[in-house]
Design a binder for this molecule. Structure first.
Ligand code: AMP
Length: 425
């Protein structure tokens, strides 16, 4: 223990659990790469104004949860609370949308920051993998993204998750619905803050988790009953494409999500083993966002999946990922001369692509073999002066216990052959 500990609401990723995080990031990004999404990385901080305009002035993220700072040069910056606004900003800045190949498909992976009340599954520093498809309005694109997220969860072995789906309408039908909803909400018995929300962003009142509010929402007008023909047909096509792909979903007319920029398709993946922080990922279409941050009209769709909560979901389902072994070979030198010879061998094995570790610190045979076993290595290479004088080393299979002498100059090939014959898990 040092004088310091990780800041409130954060935690450190350390082995062996950290390898599960890497595997989750990999599992989420693999289907994206296969579908033509290119990797993008943006700064960890942006102008506060980007999020204020992009995410929405009235959202909790902007009003309560942003880590903001003023630089010595006077710039107002915020640690990024989400990825979409930054990715769109970067794509517009690089003119990716003008290269003639729409949609621009991008994926990202990184850390995000929200000053939230910490609890299990809700942290102040968390990790997301996200995907955005910019510049195209096509129900197949919405369906593609949802299918890719679904396939990513499935590839991890997850089963107990559900997909909630809704349409928030567009600039034609949403304002009409908004007015109808406001009229309904104004007649309710709501606290001061919620009343304010009714005026600024009434749809988000539907998302209020408090029972006292939910009770009063019975009979509230629903977006699905106000969708214009174009939105209705668009949504129907998304639903059909998902069904054809074997992706089950539940229609959730109250799903509005916490960010202001969504239009038409919105969705959320929830996991039933996570308690109150059950959303493992979510996203939707955001046709107006580009204009909100000063760009051209660029209808787009995207999602972000939470890595931390996906790891918790794996735990909740008791899933142990089959992670590749960290070490294939563990070298154990007996004596000073062997130390030098085996160290060279270790370097050679690594250069040949074999994951190899070494008994450092002049350990005795017994301790060194303990380390070899603990490393999870498939083979131990043991050598003393006598072996080296004969130009050999002892190759011990740590699974079967068999041991044989192998010529020093044949070791790399022998190890590679035997590893590929029976790859360890
Ligand atoms: P959002 O940008 O709020 O739609 O979040 C997308 C996903 O990121 C959620 O479904 C969560 O899995 C994850 N996430 C959001 N906020 C947090 C947080 N404070 N701690 C951990 N994960 C989070």
């Amino acid at each position: 223990m040092s004088t310091f500990s990780a800041p409130k609401g954060t935690y450190d990723l350390i082995p062996p659990d950290s390898s599960v995080f890497l595997a989750v990031r990999e599992a989420i990004s693999t289907p994206l790469k296969r579908a033509g999404y290119g990797y993008i990385e943006t700064p960890g901080f942006e102008a506060v104004e980007l999020f204020a305009r992009g995410v929405g002035e009235s959202t909790d993220i902007v009003t309560k949860e942003m880590y903001t700072l003023t630089t010595k040069g006077g710039d107002e910056l915020a640690l990024r609370p989400e990825g979409t606004a930054s990715v769109l900003r970067a794509a517009l800045e690089a003119n990716l949308h003008k290269l003639g190949n729409l949609p621009v498909k991008l994926w990202y992976s990184g850390s995000y920051y929200r000053y939230e009340r910490p609890q299990k599954g809700r942290y102040r520093h968390f990790s997301q993998v996200g995907a955005e498809a910019l510049g195209t309005e096509d129900p197949a694109l919405d369906a593609e993204l949802i299918i890719l997220a679904f396939d990513a969860y499935r590839s991890l072995g997850l089963r107990n998750f559900r997909l909630l789906l809704n349409s928030l309408g567009d600039k034609e039908c949403r304002p009409v619905y908004r007015a109808a909803l406001q009229e309904f909400l104004r007649a309710l018995d709501l606290d001061e803050e919620t009343r304010r929300r009714v005026e600024i962003n009434p749809l988000r009142v539907l998302d209020d988790k408090r029972e006292a509010v939910q009770k009063q929402l019975v009979g509230a007008p629903m977006m699905r009953d106000h969708l214009c023909e174009a939105c209705k047909s668009y949504h129907e096509q998304v639903r059909e494409l998902l069904t054809a792909a074997g992706v089950a979903f539940e229609d959730d007319p109250k799903l509005v999500r916490g960010l202001d920029y969504y239009t038409r398709t919105t969705f959320e993946f929830v996991h039933d083993g996570l308690g109150s922080q059950s959303a493992v990922g979510g996203g939707g279409r955001y046709d107006g966002l580009s204009e909100m941050i000063g760009g051209p009209a660029l209808p787009s769709v995207g999602w972000a999946l939470g890595v931390d909560r996906t790891v918790l979901a794996l735990k909740a389902e008791g899933i142990e990922l089959e992670l590749p072994a960290h070490t294939d070979v563990f070298a154990v030198p007996l004596g000073e001369e062997a130390r030098r010879a085996l160290f060279s061998l270790v370097t050679e094995l690594r250069r040949q692509g074999v994951a190899t570790d070494f008994a450092y610190g002049g350990k005795g045979l017994k301790n060194a073999m303990k380390s070899a076993n603990r490393s999870g290595a498939r083979f131990a290479v043991v050598a003393g002066e006598r072996d080296l004088a004969e130009g050999t080393v002892q190759l011990k299979d740590l699974e079967s216990g068999e041991q044989s002498a192998v010529a020093l100059d044949a070791l790399v090939d022998t190890v590679r052959e035997r590893l590929s014959d029976s790859p360890s898990t």
